[in-house]
Design a protein around this ligand. Sequence first.
Ligand code: SF4
Length: 216
Amino acid sequence: MNTRERYQAFVKYLQTAPAASKTELIYATPFQLLVAMVLGAQCTDKRVNSCTPLLFARFPTAGHLAKASFNRVLACIKPISYSKKKTRFLIEMAHQLATSFQHKIPSSVAALQTLPGVGRKTANALVAILYNQPIIAVDTHVFRVAKRTGLASCLAKTPLMVEKELMAHLPIQYIPIANRWIVLHGRYICKARKPQCEQCSLTTFCAYYQDNQHEI
Ligand code: SF4
């Protein structure tokens, strides 16, 4: 199966696939989504969601968070990985939002990446969710699933290379749904340690499955 045929099969599947939510993070405002995403780096959404209600209640806006003390913020997010580093990021990010962006979440990937704690994956995800831009955010799940299925080639060695290949091959109208679907697929079916191929709908075109089916 060549790349074109693989993408055609994937898009055909997406046309009937169950709708995937934009994110499993719980938030009420764009600012809260930004905060939750910064906290979500190398941490599960479940753990982030367990901490953010208290954090958002105490610091509902960038203005509140910018003036917060390190220890009060840290107390809210202590169970989250790299909590001290992320506390610093949050306070600096809130300060920058308040002083340089008039308390608004920037709509460009480049501007978002100037904020502490915001890398390309987070910036892309924010722009996709908040501003409905057709752009792929390559997290660990997207990277793994794209590589296993063969949607990304063996030449794509970095998240940016995978992003570029997916963006080049997916029809633009399918980019948002594909991104959300792949994240959830990687989280619950195509898991890092052991992919649950027997529950997967992509076996007809997945390169990993085709190569290993006699062992699965
Ligand atoms: S067939 Fe297996 S390896 Fe391929 S996408 Fe599905 S779960 Fe992942």
